[in-house]
Design a protein around this ligand. Structure first.
Ligand code: PXG
Length: 465
């Protein structure tokens, strides 16, 4: 049940004291934040009693859905037994060691490369900072300290710390705070809808987009390039699904120049794409894999890096002390919750369910949205999906960005009990992996209704014929 909440009082405290992430503070204060008070399954409730279908799994993380007693019990038990101890000074804890072994067993070996080691953090951002540290240390130890540059992509999201935001390719983030830091650069993203040549097939575009990496490596000098980092499917960038040809060609290029490959799976791992880890789906062999979010289904912060054999061997056998770590590396409560979360995923076959059942079911229904007069393209990958709102469907002409049509649609979603995100004019969802067929039907009904309302509004405003 909802504990009664005085919405106005909470909003007043919120406005007076809480600086929200990625928020125009003044704008939020002028309207007051929506107060979310409880959640169950795929639904959240606000303090006014509105029930809202959470099409985003919180922020891409609540993969097992809300209200899981198993996870709460695991945290409670662990807090009573050992709430905290560090792993700096030659100590460990049962949960951190057990989880590391479990994660190693879940990460598939591809092309003879396995992941036997985990470096823990508390978030995706920290994990990518750790990646930068590990990559640089690796090349230093191999006597190639000039290999410093990490290549990433425009419109990538890799976090919000100095290194995370630098690795990411969000121009708005780079504009604040003199980013990126040195030795990080970006190539164009593999977004067929926007960047393909007229008539260019997905397959051809995928090869050409991967070729931008080789071009940049040659411009920089291969001996200076340390690593390439990418999300299997770009999440925060708007669910940008690369052509099937893209990742294998990236693999060919990094192999050719001996460059490390980092797969940032903060969103894509733990079943989101129907696999424990997404590199398996796309057929590439990363050296480092960033994870966070759904490792605990977001019930408690935990992140880390799966460290592949190639890097682990050098760090362990040649590295001596690695001068990097966090107070909460291997936090026993977070690791206990992760173990309980992975146990739920295994016992309910959530990962294979996405691949064989609910993922295809979502695809079947979501892709039909492409028939809507406002939609230029609708695609899914596992339980991630994105559609593009267009001004002219025949030519896929976009709306002028300053009209903010995506935000218009998002407002209709929120007002009608649906969390669906807008990234520019791309509307995206990533529901909990537990969503039922009937709940997908409900979700689709809500999306269609909100698209219809958006269409009505843009026509009324004369933005579309
Ligand atoms: N890498 C990826 C691929 C992510 O999606 C991070 C790193 C950073 O994780 P932390 O735990 O430090 O936030 C993320 C996070 C959005 C949105 O608007 C996405 C994320 C975070 C905040 C907002 O879609 N992803």
């Amino acid at each position: 049940m909802n504990t009664p909440v005085d919405t106005g009082a909470i909003q007043a405290m919120d406005s007076a004291h809480f600086l929200h992430p990625f928020t125009d503070f003044q704008d939020l204060n002028s309207r007051g934040a929506r107060v979310i008070t409880r959640a169950e399954g795929i639904y959240i409730w606000d303090s006014e009693g509105n029930k809202i279908l959470d099409g985003m799994s919180g922020l891409w993380c609540v993969n097992v859905g809300y209200g899981r007693r198993e996870l709460a019990d695991a945290a409670h038990r662990q807090m009573l037994e050992l709430p905290y101890y560090n792993s700096f000074f030659q100590t460990t804890n049962v949960q951190a060691a057990t989880l590391a072994a479990k994660l190693a067993s879940l990460a598939p070996t591809v092309g003879g490369r396995s992941f036997q080691h985990v470096f823990y953090s508390s978030s995706g951002s920290e994990s990518n900072d750790s990646n930068v540290r590990m990559v640089r240390r690796y090349w230093d130890l191999l006597g190639q300290p000039q290999r410093k540059i990490i290549i990433s992509r425009q419109n990538a999201y890799h976090g919000s710390t100095m290194a995370g935001a630098s690795l990411g390719g969000m121009s708005g983030m780079h504009a604040q705070g003199d980013l990126p830091i040195p030795n990080i650069c970006h190539i164009q993203q593999p977004y067929h809808f926007e960047n393909a040549l007229p008539g260019e097939s997905e397959a051809d575009f995928g090869i050409r987009a991967a070729g931008w990496l080789e071009q940049r490596i040659l411009e920089l000098g291969p001996e200076k390039v340390a690593a390439f980092i990418g999300e299997p499917v770009q999440g925060a960038g708007g669910v940008i699904i690369p052509p099937a040809t893209y990742w294998p060609e990236i693999q060919r290029i990094v192999d050719k120049y001996g460059i490390l490959l980092i797969s940032d799976e903060v969103i894509c791992a733990f079943g989101r794409l129907g696999h424990w880890f997404a590199y398996e789906k796309f057929g590439y062999r990363p050296d480092l894999v960033t994870f966070a979010k759904a490792v605990t289904s977001g019930y408690i912060p935990l992140g880390g890096v799966m460290v592949g054999d190639r890097v682990a061997k050098v760090l362990i056998e040649q590295g001596g002390e690695f001068n990097h770590g966090y107070t909460y590396s291997g936090h026993p409560v977070a690791c206990a919750v992760a173990l309980a979360n992975l146990a739920v995923m295994e016992s309910e076959n959530l990962v294979t369910r996405v691949r064989d059942d609910i993922g295809p079911y979502l695809a079947e229904h979501f892709t039909r949205l492409a028939e809507h007069p406002l939609v230029g393209q609708a695609q899914t990958c596992g339980l991630m999906a994105g559609l593009v709102l267009v001004q002219d469907k025949a030519t896929n002409t976009p709306f002028a960005p300053d009209l903010g049509v995506g935000m218009v649609c998002r407002r209709h979603c929120f007002a009608n009990g649906l969390v669906m995100r807008a990234v520019g004019d791309r509307m995206i969802i990533a529901p909990p992996l537990t969503i039922s067929h009937a709940e997908i039907d409900t979700l689709m009904g809500l999306i269609v209704r909100c698209l219809d309302l958006t269409l009505e509004e843009v026509r009324r405003k004369g933005w579309k014929a």
